[in-house]
Design a protein around this ligand. Sequence first.
Ligand SMILES: Cc1ncc(COP(=O)(O)O)c(C=O)c1O
Length: 450
Amino acid sequence: MPENTPVTGGPDLPQRRRLVTEIPGPASRALQARKHRAVPRGIGTTLPVYTAAAGGGVVVDVDGNSLIDFGSGIAVTTVGNSAPRVAAAVAAQVEAFTHTCFMVTPYDGYVRVAEELNRLTPGSHEKRTVLFNSGAEAVENAVKIARAHTSKQSVVAFDHAYHGRTNLTMALTAKNMPYKSGFGPFAAEVYRAPLSYPYRDSGLEGPEAARRAIDTIEKQVGVENLAALVIEPIQGEGGFIVPAPGFLSALVEWCQANDVVFIADEVQTGFARTGEMFAVNHEGVVPDLIVTAKGIAGGLPLAAVTGRAEIMDAPHVGGLGGTYGGNPIACAAALAVIETIEGDGLIDRARSIEKTMKERLTALQQADPRIGDVRGRGAMIAIELVHPDTDIPDAELTRRTAAAAHQQGLVVLTCGTHGNVLRFLPPLAIPDHLLTQGLDVLAAVLEETR
Ligand SMILES: Cc1ncc(COP(=O)(O)O)c(C=O)c1O
């Protein structure tokens, strides 16, 4: 396929894995060489095939290869790439107006997204929503709001946490390389508490793990100083760690009793990804503030903080905002995403993807002791790869398996503090035959690496 040939994405793109060149092919390699000359090396590349079109469950590259997508652009295109309602809503909005700045002359789309998030997020209390551009920006603002509300400064994040790459969110993020190394000093008054990690906690129940975290916080921070606790209900970059039942609810209870704002970072887990609209719903947990981004707008940059009205209204007039936050095009996309999730029953689809993936991966695990753990919820599933017998993380095997999958036309991502977790985030629009074929490819490359 010659460079710049327009190819239409969306669900009508042929849903097949098809390799017509080596991976990456010549057109991608040429583009990657240009990238090296034009873009700093700090922007890494997971898989250097350059995208020409994407939709349903495939990414088509500039060489004409069609790859199975188990990445969704890191959990963003949950409703599918160029999903029809999103594409139509964006096109209509671009025709009407592209920007005025919501803080200058506002518009209906922003207010409707806020109303929808107030409706969809857990809890029947009165809520408010403010919109931003990225997950990190929204997490930072959730902390600002919590500090304004409590008149306290300290913030606690957890082991293995990932909350972004801005200064405050780097401080909240746990892993040094590649996210933090050399970029300090980091924001002050950020502390870390131990997480519940069932695979590595040897039988520690959720409430006990919460007690351990609370002890650390009480001893090392003090509730009189603590504004907020920020947690991913299922950790994303940290390794798709699902805390033991009762961990989150015990933390929420403790926060409520101590005037500490409980902030759920649902940037990766939110918007139907885990088989509920939000991952906290699995635990019946109602956060004070909930942060969303990624899957919220089908690929357009949008993020939000939604929460209790009395907390959200704490900052003074003009204290929150930004030029682009809640851009009208991104808002139109978000409304179309919500319509798609509800109209197409995508929460049920996420559950059926979980069933297919877990059945297959558990069967692989039974025959392969290098698969230490199979975990996750909905279409957010991972395997943790270890050295058999010792359970020591095997980052090298993980890297080799991901690379071999890429060669076979399957987009997979790695994660985890120790780099030994293979994660699967297919779009909910992926057809069953591609889901199965992707798992076949994975099984074959795991076999090859034995
Ligand atoms: C849980 C979580 N929080 C925050 C972020 C940061 O979001 P963004 O990359 O949009 O700034 C991410 C991104 O991966 C994330 O997974």
